[in-house]
Ligand binder design. Sequence first.
Ligand code: VGL
Ligand code: ZN
Length: 181
Amino acid sequence: MRALLVVDVQNDFCPGGALGVKDGNKIIPHINNLIREFDFVVASRDWHPEDTVHFEKWPVHCVRGTEGAEFHPDLMVRKIDKIFDKGTKNKDDGYSAFEATNADLAAFLKDKEVEELYICGLTTEYCVKQTTLDAVTNGFKTFLFTDAIAPVNMNPGDEEKALNEMQDAGVIFLTSKIVLR
Ligand code: VGL
Ligand code: ZN
């Protein structure tokens, strides 16, 4: 069984949002094509409290219940089978979807007999990277759609470094065109 995991495609990570990344919205058509292609789709949300140490390094973003924390209106949410909320605590970053607190992502996927996890979304160096590395650690055969992610690029080279780290961990890179026949 294979599953698609859509990471943090929320208003605040798209242009105009509190932590908007360049082209954050441009990957959404690719993600929607992937969603159409997969029988099983899960998604994560960055879902912060108002008060968290996370906001010492980042502008306030994705505060749960606010518009910035909503999925981007272009995202095809209808086919998402389950949503995992992470970054919900006050004392850590909670970058990884495997740190979701409303449900246990690894246990959920294993229960559905998912062996292959295909990942896309925002942002390359933080939540996508941490989620992807945790997917490998949790024993999933892990794939990354490189045309369906976008970086913050706080420092030049950050994106490349993150991609290298994921590739070194054994993540298989694809583009969204591959599964689209
Ligand atoms: C993220 C920075 C801060 C992400 C979340 O979703 O990649 N990045 N919080
Ligand atoms: Zn965050």
